[in-house]
Design a protein around this ligand. Structure first.
Ligand SMILES: Cc1ncc(COP(=O)(O)O)c(C=O)c1O
Length: 415
């Protein structure tokens, strides 16, 4: 697609947007253009009431009976089933639990156990750091000499896949650049060499259609608090292809992964279903928020979501193209829609201060060290007019050097 010739008219795009009705289902403060739903999704309106009801009635009045009467005990499976529908997973193949980091520990340990006699875990140097840290930790923990082999560019991955690789572990959409791997093709290439594949869907789930089953992926993990709008620190999810259920063990053998937790057996007998990947008691308040947030997805046409995501990103790139070079911005996200997720990133000098100046003007994105300003586009609650306005504000901040005020150089703990 030639982005320079197909100009997007923001007003016309908003008028014909089939998803425009979803915005009113989110609580968004006045005067904010929220381009950070890839980091923390906005608050769905119905979540507040649902969580209050859980606190006041289920916890406050029904007390411990709510594990059964409100079915708290099955929240991980219920939320997992909703997530399964938007990531193309089979029924009973997804649970919500723990954090993405912990879930990676569980599935990577299990995958290495399933593929013995091989010594390498392949990933990319630019993967999200927690994925690499967990892989290092798992290799150390197992103590069988596994080593991490990291590619320096996405094109190099196929060349690293050989008969000594046990697991290919990639993030589908890169958190910094927004580059998107071809899940089906890479999974196939890995399987041809007997390699198991783990996909981190942190920046894909809820941002685009995903087809884990079609790709025959082995495992997947991802965050609940980004495009799924589950709230700060929301439970994460994990997927295990049904062909691996019951075939091996994950190492965090807590009682919720037992075949019959309420038998209170002193010996651990793992569930032979996805439940084996649960560990301990689910955080009910967070799970309830996540459960409510997932209700929105029943009504979302994922093809329309992807089409709008591409158009929002195209519009932002188109607007910024007119001043990027002159004002020191370098696009690091692929222009080709099929090679990117739902974010647009630029590298630039003084990125941290520029982002702080944007936030002060109501345009919320984020900064990723050392030099990336990152903008996420969530089709359920963003308009084309807002995207156009955000680009104009960025231009103004750069042209006037408004970012150079001392307060914008003060670093917070979270960037
Ligand atoms: C690709 C990816 N994986 C994992 C995480 C974080 O995992 P956790 O929720 O365990 O902090 C992030 C956070 O932004 C991420 O971008």
């Amino acid at each position: 697609m030639d982005n320079t010739t197909q100009r997007i008219d923001a007003a016309a795009a908003d008028r014909s947007d089939p998803l425009r009705g979803f915005r009113e289902r989110f609580h968004l403060p006045e005067g904010v253009i929220y381009l950070d739903g890839n980091s923390l999704g906005a608050l769905p309106e119905s979540v507040r009431q649902r969580v209050l009801n859980t606190i006041d009635k289920e916890w406050g009045v029904d007390l411990i009976r709510s594990w059964n009467t409100a079915d708290w005990v099955h929240l991980p499976q219920r939320v997992g089933a909703c997530i399964a529908r938007i990531i193309g997973a089979e029924e009973g193949a997804v649970v919500a639990a723990d954090s993405t980091s912990i879930n990676l520990f569980k599935v990577l340990s299990a995958a290495l156990d399933l593929n013995p006699g091989r010594s390498k875990i392949v990933s990319e140097r630019e993967n999200f750091p927690t994925d690499l840290y967990i892989a290092e930790g798992v290799a150390k923990q197992i103590g069988k000499g596994h080593r991490l082999v990291l590619s320096d560019s996405p094109e190099d991955i196929p060349g690293l896949l050989d008969e000594d690789v046990a697991v290919l572990m990639l993030t589908h959409v890169n958190y910094r650049t927004g580059y998107r791997y071809d899940m089906a093709a890479l999974t196939r290439a890995a399987h041809d060499k007997g390699i198991l594949v783990i996909w981190d869907l942190a920046h894909s789930a809820g941002a685009m259609p995903v087809d884990l089953s079609g790709a025959e992926a082995d495992f997947a993990i991802g965050c609940g608090y980004k495009y799924l709008n589950g709230g700060p620190g929301a439970p994460a999810f994990l997927y295990v292809n049904p062909r691996h259920h019951g075939g091996f063990r994950q190492p965090l053998s807590g009682w919720f992964g037992h075949r019959a937790p309420f038998d209170f057996d002193s010996a651990y007998t793992p569930s032979n279903k996805i439940e084996q990947y649960l560990c301990g008691t689910p955080p009910v308040l967070a799970m309830v928020a996540m459960d409510e947030a997932m209700a929105i997805w029943d009504d979302v046409d994922m093809a329309a979501l992807r089409a709008k995501s591409i158009a929002l990103c195209d519009l932002f790139i188109q607007e910024i193209d007119s001043f990027a070079e002159r004002l020191g911005l370098r696009l690091v996200t692929p222009r080709e829609p099929e090679l990117r997720g739902s974010q647009v990133s630029y590298s630039c000098e003084n990125g941290y201060a520029i982002m702080q100046a944007l936030i002060a003007r109501g345009v919320i994105g984020d900064f990723r060290a050392p030099d990336i300003i990152r903008f996420g586009f969530t089709p359920l609650y963003l308009s084309f007019a807002e995207v156009e306005k955000a680009a104009a504000i960025l231009k103004d901040i750069l042209e006037t050097s408004a970012w150079d005020a001392p307060e914008f150089h003060v670093r917070g703990a979270v960037t």
